[in-house]
Ligand binder design. Structure first.
Ligand code: NOJ
Ligand code: CA
Length: 562
């Protein structure tokens, strides 16, 4: 490990970092075959450092038949040849570390591709060495309480395999047989996979489908104690063998079930905040942040001192409404106009910008919110330029279209013509490359990209504030404004977010611990005055502000006369 890389490994580096999630396949095509690749990501590292992100989450890069975009792995120790080679991977990690960027990947433990040699061998005979690596049944009736994750596509979690002469269990697509964690070799193999890529310099993993590893009859087969134990052990291994690496859980569950993945910092240092995510949108729908506040109250205390909530607005999947009530779903669908076919699984396959009607103000409000809260924000590629989606593409491909670098044929993503790309570009005029692309927005200080970058810079400049867990909510007496303090010993930042589409005026009594002379860190639509130690704000519709107040310190003791 280079000296620079080891500096990156302070134990809680992830708390001060903004992550950027990207699908290699759709980011940048370096060799003109129409498919994004690892050298393509490497070529765009300057873009990412200019944007101000400190970490990249690479979607799966392993060899795969791509029936679930790489979440169906057929060889865990190889890079998919369409993305490049292990040498390309090493070069990317080396360059990223050289720029102070961390890189995490996906660890997909629950299942493999049905084309994986383990499954191919296992299905051929009941005595095959890998038979016990999968879950078989003669009836396909067991584990009936286990949820189906892709109910639109899969009628059952069991599929009959003619070759095997039995049913096999799969939580996701039938092309993704689940592994059997009661076979100790499976557990060991996944540790081997983790060690292999951490050995290649990866800074950690986002752990796919974390709740589902162990199955027990009569249960929902999720978040079982055995499954927690597995993650616990993996975390312990990484702490001792690869100090400074991180694990992020993907557990889309109720609040109680989700917070359990922190296990007081012993299991996952970071937990993706699924419970709050839909509430950001419902808050916009109601022009009121009350629901967001309620979830914050219920969840912020659970993040351990050495851990962080991982916030996100969108990702590569559908916007999941799985945990939302029927009333909440109805509210969502009433407020957000959806084209036919936009609903899939238990959610919505739309991107952030089109969901909010292309309004930069709402995109910025929510982005500034996840940047201001205690925890680590994850941005989804292209949302910083307000990219759109393609509902005519199958399933979640709708939100995985090529990054729009320029107003050029194929958007500067590839040298191939648009009709030769394996995944087509957005064509909807307000969101198409001619309207939204990186190079035009880089030249326009009023663009979304410019303003998102500014937010990231200001957050980085005040990293001591934003990377701490200190947070004090403010009671704004029912105003549709979310307000909180981010304090520290030197100064405090007051963060305000107006969820309403009307301007908001209000006042906040300043605590005695701060001087009453505010400094605005950004102008997201704020006018303020201070009198009588009271801060009066006027926020534009969907406006927000971060305002700094120096801390009053007790007067220095006078030197005693002697
Ligand atoms: C969650 C991933 O985010 C999703 O894209 C994938 O289809 C499933 N897990 C199965 O791996
Ligand atoms: Ca390529």
């Amino acid at each position: 490990m280079s000296a620079q890389a080891s500096e990156l490994r302070s134990p809680d580096w992830f708390r001060s970092v903004v992550f950027y999630e990207l699908p290699i396949r759709s980011f940048f095509d370096s060799n003109g075959d129409g498919i994004g690749d690892l050298p393509g990501v490497r070529a765009k590292l300057d873009y990412l450092t200019d944007l101000g992100v400190g970490g990249i989450w690479l979607l799966p890069f392993y060899r795969s038949p791509w029936r679930d975009d790489g979440y169906d792995i057929s060889n865990h120790y190889e890079i998919d040849p369409r993305f490049g080679t292990v040498a390309d991977f090493d070069a990317l990690i080396g360059d990223a570390h050289g720029r102070g960027l961390r890189v995490i990947g996906d660890l997909v433990t629950n299942h493999v591709s049905d084309e994986h040699p383990w499954f191919q061998e296992a299905r051929r005979s009941r005595d095959a060495p890998h038979r016990s690596w999968f879950l078989w049944s003669d009836t396909g009736t067991e584990f009936s309480r286990a949820r189906r994750m892709f109910p639109d596509y899969e009628p059952s979690n069991w599929t009959f395999d003619e070759v095997a002469g039995q049913y096999y269990f799969h939580r996701f697509f039938a092309t993704q047989p689940d592994l059997n964690y009661d076979t100790p070799a499976v557990h060991d193999e996944m540790f081997r996979v983790a060690r292999f890529w951490l050995g290649h310099g990866l800074d950690g993993f986002r752990c796919d489908a974390a709740p589902y590893l162990y199955k027990r009859e009569g249960t929902t087969c999720q978040s079982l104690p055995e499954t927690h134990r597995f993650w616990h052990d993996l975390h312990a291994m990484m702490e001792s063998e690869f100090p400074g690496t991180v694990l992020v859980s993907e557990a889309n569950q109720t609040i109680a079930e989700t917070v359990a993945y922190f296990d007081h910092g012993e299991e996952f240092p970071m937990v993706l905040h699924f419970p709050i995510m839909p509430n950001f949108y419902l808050g916009l729908a109601e022009n009121n942040p009350k629901r967001v506040l309620d979830v914050l109250r219920a969840t912020l205390p659970s993040a351990p001192e050495n851990g962080a909530w991982a916030y996100f607005l969108r990702n590569h999947d559908e916007l999941s409404l799985e945990q939302a009530s029927e009333d909440e779903k109805a509210l969502f669908f009433r407020y957000f106009p959806l084209p036919p076919g936009a609903r899939v699984h238990n959610g919505v396959r739309r991107r952030l910008a089109p969901l909010v009607g292309g309004e930069d103000g709402s995109v910025l409000l929510l982005t500034a919110l996840i940047l201001g809260l205690p925890g680590s924000p994850f941005l989804y590629y292209g949302d910083e330029i307000g990219m759109g989606d393609r509902i005519d593409l199958p399933d979640r491909d709708a939100v995985r279209t090529p990054m729009q670098w320029e107003n050029a044929p194929s958007a500067g993503f590839s040298t191939l013509p648009p009709d030769a790309l394996t995944r087509p570009l957005v064509t909807d005029p307000p969101f198409a490359p001619a309207a939204r692309n990186v190079s035009d927005q880089e030249l326009n200080t009023r663009s979304l990209l410019w303003r998102v970058r500014t937010l990231l810079r200001i957050r980085a400049a005040h990293s001591a504030i934003f990377s701490s867990n200190l947070y004090e909510g403010i009671d704004l007496g029912g105003a549709p404004v979310l307000g909180f303090w981010r304090p520290n010993a030197e100064y405090s930042v007051l963060c305000l977010y107006n969820f309403a589409t009307e301007p908001q005026n209000g006042s906040i009594a300043l605590p005695g611990s701060v001087w009453a002379s505010p400094v605005e860190l950004l102008r997201g639509g704020l006018a303020s005055t201070v009198a009588d130690h009271t801060f009066r704000y006027r926020l534009a519709p969907r406006g927000f502000s971060w305002t700094m107040f120096l801390a009053r310190r007790p007067p220095a003791p006078r030197p005693s006369a002697s």
